[in-house]
Design a binder for this molecule. Sequence first.
Ligand SMILES: Nc1ncnc2c1ncn2[C@@H]1O[C@H](COP(=O)(O)OP(=O)(O)O)[C@@H](O)[C@H]1O
Ligand SMILES: [Mg+2]
Length: 317
Amino acid sequence: MNPTSEPIIRVRGLGKRYANGFTALSNVDLDIKEGEILALLGPNGAGKTTLISTICGLVEPTSGSVTVGGHDIHKNFREARSLIGLVPQELAIAPFDVVANTVRLSRGLFGLARNDVYIEELLGRLSLGDKMGNIMQQLSGGMKRRVLIAKALAHEPRILFLDEPTAGVDVELRKDMWAIVEQLRADGVTIILTTHYIEEAEEIADRVGVIAKGRIIAIDDKVNLMSRFGRKQLTIELRDPCDSVPATLEPFSLERSSDGRRLVYSYDTRADRTGITSLLQALNSAGLQLKDLSTTQSSLEDIFVDMVASDNDGAVE
Ligand SMILES: Nc1ncnc2c1ncn2[C@@H]1O[C@H](COP(=O)(O)OP(=O)(O)O)[C@@H](O)[C@H]1O
Ligand SMILES: [Mg+2]
């Protein structure tokens, strides 16, 4: 990925107030790089579907702009939309549609020439090669979802949106889903998915945007964001400053303040063992006297905890 290249999707000052007066998006700025997997993580009602639908040109924003591949989503809807495949959150399925036909039709809707070789290959990749002649009603839930992905990819888009692709699906299908996403990434497709599971974002995404109450409250590379989410810091104030961290304390990767009066230990709040007990023992063995101890956690973690709490309140599953 070329870091200096233009973002494939550029969102500026995007706002959406629905007709009933409810503000679902406020002043959203977002650049999506070509080839990346971006997870939009947020509780139910955060505005994920609204954001995706607005980027795809299906919902009219109240303010702001969206360009896709340099095309304004409203002024140049066809050009912009042709770059996008969308798998919606709600599975809308016509029970008597034949698999191969419905996927072919999706391609045709974009005015592309028929290409049965591509459609066959696509269905094969989605493990639907032997279901081409079946009607939708004859498929399992997981197969139906895969057909919807095939429909979204029928016109060979460069960008794929997956809105809650694994909500309510079993572990097996979830794994399949990630394998499909990996394969698409290898083909260079840019993928934006929404989820309200932090583990899911952690597993699959390059970058994670946290969305709550219609705002993107944090967005960063997964590694950075997840370490900030899951970590807490213990600050140890020493009675006497130390010149360096004693070698026996090396396994704890402590950060020493420049005046040597404080040592900071970062630990994973989600781990079974935080390591604090053994750290305190090691400090004692190293002859360091403690003056005070305090813990802090990143504000992002606080936000996430609040988010999870509100998610649990409003969860449907
Ligand atoms: N057509 C609509 N009219 C009014 N409010 C809506 C409409 N669609 C969504 N909302 C509200 O906007 C908020 C965000 O919804 P949505 O984008 O679906 O969130 P998410 O996908 O994160 O669960 C919710 O409070 C929802 O009730
Ligand atoms: Mg949604």
